[in-house]
Design a protein around this ligand. Structure first.
Ligand SMILES: *Cc1c(COP(=O)(O)O)cnc(C)c1O
Length: 416
């Protein structure tokens, strides 16, 4: 069927090929991304199809936003059902979905209070506001003096305040003046944390495993040590679980590998299973207690459509036992990847199904391997220059993992 598209001035829209889409996008879009040249039109479970009809295994899962797989039927049904009833009320009124969404999030996180937002970056901004207000109202830090300690190589999003504590030069270049009040220590260094603390320190804000930073897993015991240091000095411990949370690393949340009790966490990405931007800051009564009516808000945050989708997305994680699946499949996959003999590979590391393969610099960068993998029907994305990230939807089967392993081994042993 051919459909005329008058507004775009393109007579036969569905006859466009990959290059046409790329050209049109480059003509009208901002140039802030460098995507692989694949135009995706359909997704189902772990599989995606491009407009040429080629099928790929999704090994990125939209940076772990698709833990439940593409277009999960149960989440889709919840979305359609709610979209036919009411989608947005604003928080000027209450809606009949939000309370149940709160309860679900509180139950899976072990933290009692929830503040819903949309993007991950907004959840982190919310965490920073809560941390600062706690410092002034509860810890009695002098006004405007609160400090938050973060780690080098972090990623928490792209707003001005969040890039202000990034250590990636490009993220900050040209965007100043930046937000003050952050102190950077090396990731995984508990001693450096202890030394950086002053009477004005409000919190340590950290990813349990650095995702965008190249899948950096801290040594066992780091999170537990950090917890003790934070307790001892009366500073808050807040984890950014936006990428590591909701089953990805083999537990519901990555900090649960070490039985740590944080004061707050940020979640996003898989909180909707890829259907909708939904995020949240979740915390203790004491921390969330600093917010009074009018202190903070969001037009779309906590809307009934988001809440209904979020409930279904969490239900799928629980019903399909995705954390346990990620643990088992991830262990198998990691072991197999580590046994690939290739002079390009420096290290394969990770937890659950958040796995990074770091290449030697002589390999010539991870991107060309991602391109070769795409030709083989496997879509992965480099993170930093030399790391290929393998993070498929958690619903992936062992057969599909074996299928992928064969391709990965071929590309890493033949590509030159
Ligand atoms: C993706 C990500 C964010 C930002 O989420 P957005 O929805 O892109 O704003 C924050 N923290 C971590 C750890 C992330 O991986």
């Amino acid at each position: 069927m051919q459909v005329a598209n008058v507004t775009l001035g393109i007579p036969y829209f569905n006859t466009m090929n990959t290059l046409d889409y790329i050209e049109l996008e480059q003509r009208y879009g901002a140039n802030n991304y460098h995507p692989l040249d694949v135009v995706i039109t359909k997704g189902e479970g772990v599989w995606i199809w491009d407009i040429e009809g080629k099928k790929y295994l999704d090994f990125l899962s939209a940076y772990s936003a698709l833990n439940q797989g593409h277009c999960h039927p149960k989440i889709l049904e919840a979305m359609i059902k709610q979209a036919q009833k009411v989608t947005l009320t604003s928080r000027a009124f209450r809606n009949d979905q939000l309370a149940m969404f709160y309860e679900k999030l509180a139950k899976i996180s072990g933290l009692p209070k929830v503040l819903p937002m949309n993007s991950g970056a907004e959840a982190v901004e919310t965490a920073i506001k809560a941390i600062r207000k706690w410092a002034y109202k509860v810890k009695c830090v002098p006004e405007n003096q609160a400090e938050i300690i973060v780690c080098s190589n972090n990623f928490s999003g792209r707003t001005i305040s969040l890039i202000s504590f990034s250590t990636e030069e490009q993220y900050q270049d040209g965007f100043g003046p930046l937000t003050a009040g952050f102190k950077v220590i090396p990731f995984g260094d508990a001693k450096a944390l202890e030394q950086a603390i002053t009477p004005n320190t409000a919190a340590f804000f950290v990813e349990p495993i650095q995702g965008e930073g190249g899948i950096i897993v801290p040594t066992n015991g780091f999170l537990k040590q950090v917890e003790q240091i934070c307790r001892h000095h009366n500073i808050l411990l807040v984890f950014d679980e936006i990428q590591t949370g909701l089953g990805r690393t083999g537990k519901m949340f990555a900090h649960q590998h070490e039985n740590v009790q944080p004061d707050g966490i940020t979640v996003g990405k898989a909180l909707s299973g890829g259907f909708y931007p939904i995020s949240a800051f979740i915390s203790t009564e004491e921390v969330m207690g600093v917010f009074q009516p009018g202190d903070h808000g969001s037009t779309f945050g906590g809307n009934p459509l988001a809440a209904a989708i979020g409930i279904a997305a969490i239900d799928v994680i629980l019903e399909e036992d995705l954390p346990e699946k990620a643990l088992q499949v991830g262990e198998y996959f990691l072991t197999k990847l580590q046994s690939i003999k290739s002079s390009y590979i420096k290290e394969v590391r990770g937890k659950g199904l958040l796995i990074g393969m770091e290449l030697h610099s002589i390999a010539g960068g991870a991107r060309r391997f991602c391109k070769a993998l795409a030709n083989e029907g496997l879509l992965a994305k480099e993170t930093r220059d030399n790391v290929i990230r393998f993070a498929p939807p958690l619903v992936i089967s062992l057969d599909e993992i074996d299928w992928a392993l064969e391709k990965i081994e071929r590309v890493l042993t033949i590509t030159c």
